[in-house]
Design a protein around this ligand. Structure first.
Ligand SMILES: NC(=[NH2+])NCCC[C@H](N)C(=O)O
Length: 300
């Protein structure tokens, strides 16, 4: 081998190993810690992306982190309502959930979507357990309160016992965003909210929202203006200044609420980018927007 060939092999090896080596401090830092991931959007619709999310979740669990997946239902609910001849209705972006619609939401979310994710994780070598808010009294719901919206709920309280039992024993909990109130009446709850409240109740290391945007953008039309890191106060200011707008407002608010309750970091990342979870968690620069609880955590 010539000197230049040896040099080339060395350099190639250095770039290839860089990313693996960069992961070590994060594996050490996050081992044994709970990471709550809200799974939704494109990453749930596209089967290629779906496989990658599932592999990433199994990866996290394999290296000793404790992932918990929370999911919504989206398109599959509409297609089943359609098959059953029930018209899907929305009011201010919320699904109008009358009793027949709630039946379908529960059947599809808990019966189909949840079990599909569980099966995929298990096929990939993980050990997943599917639950909804009813299981082990995980979540008590209350009505969201808007007139004419039906059984749309909010999280009244979270009982983390069942989740702790599962993650302590190496299981990956997969939670669908349906829960009952005191009387047993089921409600459909926003999955971001469920993820945020679970993360808060567990004092999780991270809340990660998989979305269909790059993260918080300075100019919402320009993906190159991604804001990589802010603290909770700056995140509030970005909302007040209208930099954060539209559908991003409830997402950022959800992050802010969970941080205020003790979650260490909240991340809004792009589920359309393959392996965005691994890129965010195990590299220095990440891939989306990271929101931290206070200025002290801004370095690093
Ligand atoms: N969007 C960002 N700036 N991400 C940085 C992530 C840093 C590190 N991997 C973590 O998860 O804590």
């Amino acid at each position: 081998m010539t000197v230049s060939q040896t040099e080339y092999i060395k350099q190639d090896a250095a770039t290839r190993v860089q990313v693996l080596s960069e992961a070590l401090p994060y594996i050490q830092q996050f081992i044994g810690r709970t990471i709550v991931v809200k799974y939704g959007g494109a990453a749930m619709k596209d089967s290629n992306l779906k496989d990658k999310v599932i592999r990433d979740i199994v990866f996290l669990s394999c290296v000793g982190l404790r992932p918990i997946l929370v999911h919504g239902g989206g398109p599959e609910i509409n297609s089943w309502l359609d098959k059953l001849g029930i018209e899907a209705q929305f009011k201010n972006g919320l699904r109008v959930t009358d009793a027949p619609t709630m039946d379908v939401v529960e059947m599809v979310l808990v019966g189909r979507v949840n079990k599909e994710i569980v099966a995929l994780i298990n096929q990939a070598g993980g050990s997943a357990v599917g639950l909804c808010g009813k299981d082990g009294n995980l979540i008590k719901a209350r009505p969201q309160g808007d007139e004419g919206i039906g059984f749309v709920g909010e999280v009244n309280n979270v009982n983390i016992k069942i989740l702790e039992t599962l993650v302590n024993n190496g299981y990956i909990p997969v939670v669908s965003s349906v829960a009952a109130d005191e009387t047993g009446q089921p409600y459909n709850i926003n999955a971001d909210t469920v993820a945020g409240e679970i993360a808060a109740a567990l004092g999780a290391e991270k809340l990660i929202l998989l979305t269909d945007t790059r993260g918080i953008l300075k100019d919402y039309k320009d993906p190159s203006t991604l804001i990589p890191k802010v603290d909770i106060q700056e995140a509030r200011e970005l909302i007040a200044m209208d930099v954060v707008s539209g559908g991003m407002i409830p997402k950022v608010n959800c992050c802010v609420r969970s941080l205020a309750q003790g979650v260490k970091a909240a991340h809004i990342i792009d589920g359309r980018i393959p392996h965005s979870l691994l890129l965010e968690i195990f590299t220095d620069v990440g891939i989306g927007t990271m929101i931290v609880g206070s200025h002290l955590q801004m370095s690093g």
